[in-house]
Every structure is written in C-alpha cells, then in structure tokens.
Design a protein around this ligand. Structure first.
Ligand SMILES: Nc1ncnc2c1ncn2[C@@H]1O[C@H](COP(=O)(O)OP(=O)(O)OP(=O)(O)O)[C@@H](O)[C@H]1O
Ligand SMILES: [Mg+2]
Length: 278
C-alpha cells in the first residue's frame, strides 16, 4: 500500500458517504507536491462510470502516480473538483474514500507470512474458495496448487521467495479480493521483463473486465482493451480517447508506440543482425 506523502486535510465533520461512488468525477484538477513549484497534475479531468476502464500513460514524471495519490486522497488538490457519487471527496473521511477507491501499487507490500494470510488482509474471514477464485483470476492458482504447502506456502520477507511476476499477481489477487468499486493499478508490471510484463497486463485486463479500473502504465501493450487512454505530459493531458483512434493519428501516443516498438526490438533481438540474434 502507498504511504501518505504529506498529511492531507481531513474534514472536521465528514459528509455521509454516497450510496454509490458513481459517477466519480475529476474536473480542472491541479495538484502540487510539497516544496514543488510546478503542478504535478494540471487541469486534469476524468469521469468514471461503473465498469469503465481508463488507462493513464505518460513518461516518467508526467504525473501518473500523483493522480493515484489524488484519487486515494493521499494528496490535496489545489484547484478543481473531485466528486464521488456527487459528494466532494474532501468532505468525506479519507478512509471512506479509500473504501470506494483501492490501490494496487507497483511495490505492493507482501507480509512475511503465507499466501493465505497475505490474501486475507484484503478480506478478513475469506474462505479458501474465495481465495482460490481470486488466485485463479490473477492466474496464480495453478502455481499455488502445484506447491506442496498450497495456500500455506510462506512467501518470505517482502515476498522474497516469489518471482517478481508472482509477487505482482499475488498483489493483484489481493486487490481483486478486496473488490473495491474503483481499482487503481499503478504500474503493476513495472520491473518485470517484457514477456512477463505483457502477460501480466493481458491477465489483469481480463480479470478487471466489467470493473471500474484506472490502469497507470508507461507501456502501451494491451491498452486496446480499455475504454479510454489518457496521455499525460508534465502533468497535462495532451491526448485522450480510445486507443485505436489515438494510435491511428500522428500524435503523442503514436510517438510513444514507435519508441516502444524500437526498444522492444532492441531488447528482444528482433531486427538485429542474425549473427547477433540468439
Ligand atoms: N513526494 C513528492 N515530493 C515532491 N515532488 C514529487 C513527489 N512525488 C512526485 N513528485 C514530482 O511530481 C511530478 C510527477 O511525479 P509522478 O510520481 O506523479 O510521476 P509518474 O508519472 O508516476 O512517474 P513514473 O513513471 O516515474 O512513476 C514529478 O515532477 C515528480 O518529481
Ligand atoms: Mg509513478
């Protein structure tokens, strides 16, 4: 889980939470980190209806994690509005906001305990059937079933006995089990090799079908599956729309795509002289 970077203002008398968080709406929203001159997020807008999936992409430092922090009320905004089911988010208790909006972070914390206990953090008292269903959707069930200790397998300190991909899948299973109305995934595939990252992205897009999701990523693989892609550059939205539309025109996403294809070609050896390719 993400730690709060700076204390946020909590309402003295919190408003009653709405029955439903939809629509969840951000408009004209700007946020700045403590001690920074520049807005990390500038004039941002987003509307999430139930079941809508949006990907937020952009280079390092473009404001993607800042958006996650704003959505979870870990960071106050300077201008603009953030409404959850019609109620301004800052009138709600922060924990109440985080019952509506959950985060699966890139370095999601795993505890030095069993697979079962790590999952149960998300849902106290969940039975093995529920745990197995979450693992199945995160494509980790076959692995767990193949282990002598199954759900009782110890993951090690910070999940050190798991591969990077398994750690991320366990974090994803936990987030699915928690069943947040809105799920924010911040770079779930970071630090994984390309093939593992792309397989994880495919699986998580399958697992979040029909669920309101904000997928933050710097990689474009698989994004044709989401409803809308928002491209950030230095905190500003420079392009947005369905992936196919953005990929078809000359613009920021197309340039990202071309850079990605070049890098992938170098990393996978495609396009290299045959005597170098392995
Ligand atoms: N805690 C912080 N204190 C001060 N500045 C910060 C803090 N966190 C982020 N920033 C700044 O805000 C801007 C946006 O950062 P952010 O972490 O949102 O980018 P990002 O798109 O998530 O990048 P990455 O792809 O590297 O994760 C950057 O200029 C960054 O330096
Ligand atoms: Mg980030």
């Amino acid at each position: 889980m993400l730690d709060a970077p700076v204390p946020v203002r909590e309402p003295e008398t919190p408003a009653a939470p709405p029955a439903s968080p939809f629509p969840l709406e951000l408009a004209g929203l700007s946020a700045r980190h403590a001690g920074q001159e520049r807005h990390a997020l500038d004039g941002f807008a987003l509307t999430l209806e139930a079941g809508r999936r949006v990907a937020v992409v952009g280079a390092s430092g473009s404001g993607k994690t800042t958006l996650a922090q704003v959505l979870l009320r870990f960071l106050d905004v300077e201008h603009g509005t953030y409404r959850i089911g019609g109620v301004p988010a800052w009138e709600l208790d922060g924990d109440e906001v985080r019952r509506f909006v959950g985060l699966c972070a890139q370095d999601a914390h795993l505890f030095d305990s069993s697979v079962r206990e790590n999952l149960r953090l998300a849902k106290v008292g969940a039975d093995d059937e529920e745990l197995r269903e979450a693992l199945r959707r995160a494509r980790l069930l076959d692995w767990v079933d193949g282990l002598p200790a199954g759900l009782d397998t110890l993951v090690g300190e910070h999940g050190s006995r798991l591969s990077g991909g398994q750690r991320q899948r366990l974090a994803l299973a936990r987030a699915l089990l928690a069943d947040f109305p809105v799920l924010v995934l911040d770079e779930p595939a970071e630090h994984l090799d390309l093939a593992t990252a792309d397989a994880l992205t495919d699986d998580l897009l399958r697992a979040t079908e029909g669920r309101t999701t904000v997928l933050i990523t710097h990689r474009l693989h698989g994004l044709d599956a989401v409803d809308e892609v928002v491209v950030l550059d230095e905190g500003r939205t420079v392009q947005r729309g369905p992936y196919a539309e953005l990929a078809a025109v000359d613009g920021p996403l197309r340039r990202m795509l071309e850079r990605e294809e070049e890098t992938d070609a170098l990393l996978t050896g495609a396009g290299r002289p045959t005597f170098l390719a392995k």
